[in-house]
Design a protein around this ligand. Sequence first.
Ligand code: HEM
Length: 776
Amino acid sequence: MSETQDPDRSTTDKLADAAASAAHAAKDAVAGVAHAAKDAAGGIRIPGAPGSEPPTVAEPTEPREPLPPKPEQQAPAPVSPTGRDTGAPPDARAQDGAYLTTAQGVRLYDTAHSLKAGARGPVLLQDHHLREKIMHFDHERIPERVVHARGTGAHGVFQSYGNAAPVTRAAFLAEGAETRVFVRFSTVQGSRGSADTVRDTRGFAVKFYTEEGNFDLVGNNIPVFFIQDAIKFPDVVHAVKPEPVREIPQAQSAHDTFWDFVSIHTEAQHHTMWLMSGRGIPHTYRTMEGFGVNTFRLVAHDGATTLVKFFWKPRLGTHSLVWEEAQLIAGADPDFHRRDLYDAIEAGALPQWELGIQTFPDTEDQMFHGIDLLDPTKFVPEELAPVQPVGLLTLTGTPTNFFAEVEQVAFHPGHLVPGIDVSNDPLLQGRLFSYLDTQLTRLGGPNFPQIPVNRPHVPVNDMLRDGFHQDAVHVGNASHYKPNSIDGGCPFTIGADGGGYVEVPEPVAASVKERRAPESFDDHFSQARMFWLSMTPLEQEQIVQAYTFELGKCYEQAVKERQLLALANIDPELCRLVAQGLGLPAPEATIPLADDVVVSPSLSMIGKAWPTDGRRIGIVADESSDLDGVRELREAIDAAGMVPLVIAPHGGMLGDATGAPLPVQRTFLTARSVELDAVVLAGAPAPGPDATPAHDAKAGGDPKTPSVDPRVTMLVAEAFRHSKAVGAWGAGSAVLAEVGITGPGVVTGDSPAAVLEGVRELLAAHRVWERFPVRV
Ligand code: HEM
């Protein structure tokens, strides 16, 4: 029976079906490629290979064409700077031919020696190849983004469910529309080389290459912002960036200037509260919610308008790291989020989010249930306005070249398509100036829309001419001015009926010019209090710890005391607990506490079950372990869409003697629990020859089990400490018992299959939260 024949099925069911079929379609699009690669690798595909084919030990000397990209790599669409399909293959690359050449295409016979007067020099100025090579290298760097410098990106597809069509005429939201996208995730405060897992807001920017031109949804993973007016953006960014004298700390908010600013500028308190929660340390980009933050306006076919807020809901749920884990990862694998995203795509666990909208009547006061929709420090709880899913985003490909795509992509909240317009939110209005302005410098001139990743997939006839790095060869005598007759009047403007972008004719109230915010922007604490009261006790503990840690890192007593005052105005218990940790008295609130706060349970990240795609399970084994069981477990993990990593005393293979060797991904030296979601012990590995503190300080503890490699017990204990699932069978179960790893979240069983079943159930809840008891 079709959906239309079945009036009883709920909208939610229908949307779930649509999501499932869209997910299927997107997966099919890349599945052929991913499976081919897996077969070629001869067995389970472990992501992370640097190239598309395994290298030989000896340096290759036979000339050949450049190797193809890896199967999961995708490139920007092969369209010209003016949006025309060039017919080039999708994997068209910049480098061609089997031979090394100069930039002018002249073949070279040597690139390792400068041209010299004799073998011992001097070097000759005549050496064009030397000068060209060094000149180009000298200019490889471009300015990093002034904010959001550290990031990663991927290609994907957006499939519309069609249910937003009644409120917007945007073609990419029509029934059945499918649109290519490029997505960039980022941190805000750190430099381009900073660690991924610092406590920070994350960027979530999506470029839709729609049939009506590019639409950018430039959002964050927190639905509210630090400031209400864009004029203060330099202030908040200067406050959080490294302090100017010593240029420290890198990518951290735990320092005086940040807390000095937010404690005086109390409209930042709501955003700061989110930052101190698990939202500030996302587990992965794949498990991160996204928000458009500012209120936008949708325009229907008949011109009717609706105010809207945008959401991205991850299919795998919203999850966080724990703080100690985040700190360890920043050292052990600073590229953790980037690696996770690319590994997941490579392993075929394609990340997915549903685009959701909250809609509000476009009333004159632009308020909803007393919440000012133009105030970006406020959000509307889902309990008041449900989020309606309107389409599915699936990331299907890693970039072909990181610099060309991820570094050069240029997002802008003003890149709008017919059917979507801006509101008067003063933060959004300032953003509309800032992005173009900064990109002019960052990308070296005004022609960055012509960079392949930025090109629209529709005809471009913009009358913009010349400038640095002009890639288009414009034709015609006169078509760069309007009106003209010499060029036949080309190009022509068109109204809304022909797809022209026409701004909503919004009335502007009679007013005076002034530098002032509306009174409704004055409340800085009630929604911070709502967030605090909506958290589970465990999440509240984590927030208390985060404030205590961050303020504990500040030097100035006055800054700490002032922030405690702000906390007192949010919640006295929160203030008391943080003050206790700082060793300071808890001040009294200076304003009446908001006592009519409605809590929003949907803000909590704890208490549900989610799919486990792409989760990493470490299997610890040595030659004495049940290697048949390990083989079986690897296959079962792979079949369940997760990634098995064998961890052994040495690299290479385990089980050579049995004739069915098992590839090893990590050794006791290289493995760290923080890169795993669960650990399973397949035996009781004896101390390896390198298990000495001098060789590996991790081996220097005080093991309760001298017969087991101390790095194994440390690995398991660390995973346990971070509330991760720990499993074992056979001799491994005895090791867990001996080191006291028992209780909730520890799965022992007779067979690997039984252990995996238990571990998977725990992974669905993300962590074994019971292992973090809370104070009462
Ligand atoms: C609702 C609040 C805001 C959100 C959600 C937001 C989001 C983002 C995101 C996701 C990026 C990274 C884009 C990328 O991946 O390339 C970004 C970059 C940037 N943002 Fe914002 N931002 C906000 C407020 C502001 C404000 C108020 C300003 C300035 C007045 C601003 C200026 C910038 C600049 C200059 C960049 C760097 C752009 C580039 O170099 O390409 N942002 N923002």
